[in-house]
Design a protein around this ligand. Structure first.
Ligand SMILES: [Zn+2]
Ligand SMILES: [Zn+2]
Ligand SMILES: [Zn+2]
Ligand SMILES: [Zn+2]
Ligand SMILES: [Zn+2]
Ligand SMILES: [Zn+2]
Length: 148
């Protein structure tokens, strides 16, 4: 049986490394889709390498620099992607964090000032328009490969 302190510290690392990170992973799946979440999540070893160079004085090797550069290019390609076209939103009732914008024109019953963003069950009306989007909970549409 190990001493109490290493046990608690290991538990704390596990809480963040598995518990919190898994919760954030699932939230990200909902907001930015499966492919992007997987790609961002795969940068974790790279972040670990940075931490070990900074805090554990690990040597900076040529391979780390090459791998870091490739990973940086990959993340940049993700972030700089712009996907925009006319698409339809179906009517759907669910709950998530939102601000009142083009997608959220519902009325609020309470007279008190509305603090945004806020979360409550609401209904999206049918809407067809164009704006940049990711494959998240509001964008499940198919993409045709050929132009019709
Ligand atoms: Zn689309
Ligand atoms: Zn909404
Ligand atoms: Zn609202
Ligand atoms: Zn929209
Ligand atoms: Zn949309
Ligand atoms: Zn919604």
């Amino acid at each position: 049986m190990p001493a109490v302190t290493p046990l608690l510290v290991a538990g704390l690392v596990g809480l963040f490394g598995y518990g919190v990170s898994l919760v954030l992973f699932i939230l990200a799946l909902r907001h930015i889709g499966t492919a992007r979440t997987g790609a961002y999540f795969s940068t974790a070893p790279f972040l670990g390498a940075i931490v070990s160079v900074v805090f554990l004085a690990e040597p900076i090797t040529g391979w780390i620099l090459v791998a870091g550069l490739l990973m940086g290019i990959g993340v940049w390609l993700h972030l700089s992607e712009r996907h925009e076209h006319v698409h339809a939103h179906e009517e759907v009732t669910h709950e998530h964090l939102h601000v009142h914008n083009e997608h959220h024109r519902h009325e609020h019953e309470s007279e008190t000032p509305i603090i945004e963003p806020h979360s409550h069950i609401h209904t999206h009306t049918k809407l067809t328009h164009s704006h940049p989007h990711y494959p998240d909970i509001h964008h499940r549409h198919e993409h045709q490969t050929k132009k019709s």
